[in-house]
Design a protein around this ligand. Structure first.
Ligand SMILES: C[S@@+](CC[C@H](N)C(=O)[O-])C[C@H]1O[C@@H](n2cnc3c(N)ncnc32)[C@H](O)[C@@H]1O
Length: 337
């Protein structure tokens, strides 16, 4: 199976159906998940003919409030197993709920902001919902990704689910030009909301679509935490006991105001001297993501929830830091004050 021409469409659809079955299985079988997502990625690579090694595909697009990661990196997101499982489960459940909430028999209208070249998080749903139940609109700023995603829909015979692919910036787009939206999906983030544009994208969506829409992710919860010293962890896998929460920062969820997101959060490290003695000495931001309902990506389960170390602290510099805040600039990040 090295070219699309050589592949049977029913086999391709079987591969995608299997992804849905495996991610929707409430018992997590890591081996099954890994095989299903590897087959999924292999299929998508063949379909699109993408060369992941191509330098141009690895180039990020820079904006004033973060980057859109290059096509290669967007494609490779599928390999983050727990992320992909929890997001597809979340999107599936969000569409189910939106369908139940429908007052007429029009399809659920799903807006996918940042699909990458594969539309990874929605394809499996087409094996469960009909075109009368689900229609998708895509906003993707990377032109090649946008072209590839159209190819994917066409080659798999999913084109009747696709309303439109807009090569636009989801941070600025005026949504009034689109059909009414029921579900918004956007995974444009890294751990601790650094580098990419999840925050400005979600703010643009919240402002225009309000609370009647279902957002996936539903919540991104950030905490300031202390992590065991890197040297102590080097030999072992990081476990939840290796992390101690210092204080909550904010939840990126509908209802959050711009102000809260960019507030400076005070903290007092003095009571934490004992923990520092026990080897908890890296001040970090920890992340947990609720894609939808009970579908959470917990601490360290995915690349999106590994702790982001801000600063190693010790007895001599402990009094230097009293606050932390999120800075939205060309490289979004947390800053200690
Ligand atoms: C982290 S990748 C995720 C790809 C895919 N949705 C997935 O979950 O596997 C984010 C995608 O969003 C796109 N993107 C980032 N910022 C964007 C923006 N402001 N407007 C539109 N697309 C954007 C990137 O080009 C990239 O394809």
């Amino acid at each position: 199976m090295s070219t699309w021409k050589g592949m049977d469409n029913s086999l391709a659809r079987k591969t995608i159906k299997n992804v849905l079955e495996v991610v929707n299985d409430s018992n997590l079988d890591c081996q099954k998940l890994s095989i299903a997502l590897k087959q999924y990625h292999d299929l998508l690579k063949i379909l699109t003919g993408i060369n992941l090694e191509n330098q141009e595909n690895k180039t990020d697009i820079a904006f004033e409030n973060g980057v859109a990661i290059g096509l290669t990196w967007a494609a490779m997101c599928v390999d983050d197993l727990v992320r992909t499982r929890m997001f597809i489960r979340g999107v599936y459940e969000a569409v189910e709920v939106a369908l139940q909430n429908k007052k007429d028999d029009s399809p659920v209208s799903l807006l996918y902001a940042g699909s990458g070249p594969y539309a990874t998080l929605v394809l499996p749903l087409f094996e469960a919902f009909s075109t009368q139940e689900l229609q998708v609109t895509i906003i993707e700023i990377n032109e090649t990704s946008a072209e590839k995603v159209v190819e994917v829909f066409n080659k798999l015979g999913y084109e009747t689910y696709l309303n439109e692919v807009l090569v636009e910036n989801a941070v600025e787009i005026d949504l009034s030009v689109l059909p009414p939206i029921d579900v918004v999906v956007s995974e444009t983030m890294q751990h601790a909301l650094v580098k990419e544009q999840q925050v400005p994208i979600m703010l643009n969506m919240y402002k225009q679509l309000g609370e009647k829409v279902i957002y996936v992710p539903q919540n991104i919860s950030l905490q300031l935490s202390l992590l065991k010293t890197a040297a102590q962890l080097r030999e072992n896998e990081i476990k939840s006991a290796d992390l101690k929460k210092v204080r909550s920062l904010y939840d990126l969820t509908f209802g959050v105001a711009d102000k809260e997101l960019f507030d400076s959060y005070e903290f007092d490290l003095k009571p934490l001297r004992e923990l520092i003695k026990k080897g908890y000495s890296d001040l970090c931001v920890s992340t947990e993501i609720q894609t939808y309902n009970n579908n959470w990506i917990r601490f360290n389960e995915s690349g999106l929830t590994i702790p982001k170390i801000l600063e190693p602290i010790n007895d001599s510099n402990i009094d230097k830091f009293t606050s932390v805040k999120y800075v939205l600039d060309e490289n979004p990040h947390f800053e200690l004050g």
